[in-house]
Design a protein around this ligand. Structure first.
Ligand SMILES: Cc1cc2nc3c(=O)[nH]c(=O)nc-3n(C[C@H](O)[C@H](O)[C@H](O)COP(=O)(O)O)c2cc1C
Length: 174
């Protein structure tokens, strides 16, 4: 069946989509041959299946890391907390080559490169199962092999900004 052409432009569509508040993640892996750390900020993460445990996220075809995530056997999805805004910005706006500067790293139990940061709200070590082409993005489907979680306040993204993120400062009455 042929889709009806949209009666809105991309800018309006983006603005409407921005009404949906999301959490924020950083996804890390390594390039397969040279083992260079790769990572980026992603808000399109979502759950798919509980049993077996499956999640998804989508990556722009224009992303410089696309080919590395397509080839990766595994990657780690880190759910960011309210105190990690600087990381979300660095992994979205900074050059790929600088994102891991002074960043403590470790390995998930399956050997996948990940951030060594106790402030993450959760992390999921994932096996790269399938990718689907969908317009200007690729949808990645992954099987979760291991995960951990904390109870930190979440980093929240809404209407193109991080302004709904709960404050970690005490609320003043003046
Ligand atoms: C809060 C936030 C969420 C983002 N979510 C996504 C996403 O879901 N998919 C995507 O392709 N890019 C997303 N981006 C943009 C990428 O993080 C950004 O384009 C990054 O520089 C891509 O890295 P690369 O080109 O080195 O692969 C998001 C950016 C921000 C600030």
């Amino acid at each position: 069946m042929i889709a009806t052409p949209p009666d809105f432009d991309t800018r309006f569509f983006r603005s409407a989509l921005g009404r949906f508040a999301t959490g924020v993640t950083i996804i890390t892996t390594e390039s397969r041959t040279q083992k260079i750390p790769m990572g980026l900020t992603i808000s399109s993460f979502n759950s798919v299946s509980l049993d077996p445990p499956i999640v998804l996220w989508s990556l722009s075809r224009a992303a410089s890391s696309l080919v590395h995530f397509q080839k990766a056997e595994r990657y780690v999805i880190h759910v960011l907390s309210a105190t990690q805004l600087h990381l979300a910005k660095r992994f979205a706006y900074g050059p790929q080559a600088d994102r891991f500067n002074n960043q403590a790293l470790t390995r998930a139990p399956g050997g996948t490169l990940m951030l060594d940061d106790p402030d993450c709200s959760a992390w999921f070590e994932c096996r790269n199962m399938t990718q689907y082409e969908a317009g200007d993005h690729l949808v990645f489907i992954a099987q979760v092999e291991r995960c951990q979680r904390n109870f930190h306040l979440p980093l929240v993204y809404h209407a193109g900004d991080f302004d709904l993120t709960p404050s970690t400062e005490p609320i003043s009455n003046d």
